[in-house]
Design a protein around this ligand. Structure first.
Ligand code: FES
Length: 108
């Protein structure tokens, strides 16, 4: 059994060059909102959910992006309602939020 049941990583990368990056598209707000919602719902901790920052995940064209393990499901989100759905359905119940899944052909 793994230490965390589910782990979500948010790309928070910001490129100083001004090139496209998740930080320019609300990644920090999405991360902060996810952390707060997981905490408020009591979902965090060993045996449960962990929310982590990440650098560039190399799928910038779909940004802002996040990935949930162990299912390895990639998401592209827009607002707090999207984050709420990922938390409530996937992180809590293991149900993939199909409408937010990042297509496999989206890369850097
Ligand atoms: S900048 Fe976010 S995936 Fe590359």
């Amino acid at each position: 059994m793994s230490y965390f049941e589910r782990h979500i990583f948010f790309c928070l990368n910001e490129r100083e060059s001004g090139e496209n990056s998740c930080a320019q598209h609300g990644a920090q707000q999405g991360f902060d909102h996810c952390k707060a919602r997981v905490r408020d719902l009591g979902l965090g901790g060993p045996g449960a959910v962990r929310v982590n920052k990440a650098g560039c995940l190399d799928r910038c064209a779909g940004g802002p992006v996040a990935v949930v393990y162990p299912e390895a499901v990639w998401y592209s989100y827009v607002d707090n309602a999207d984050i709420d759905e990922i938390v409530d359905k996937h992180l809590k119940h293991g149900q993939v939020v199909e409408r937010l899944v990042l297509p496999n052909n989206v890369g850097r």
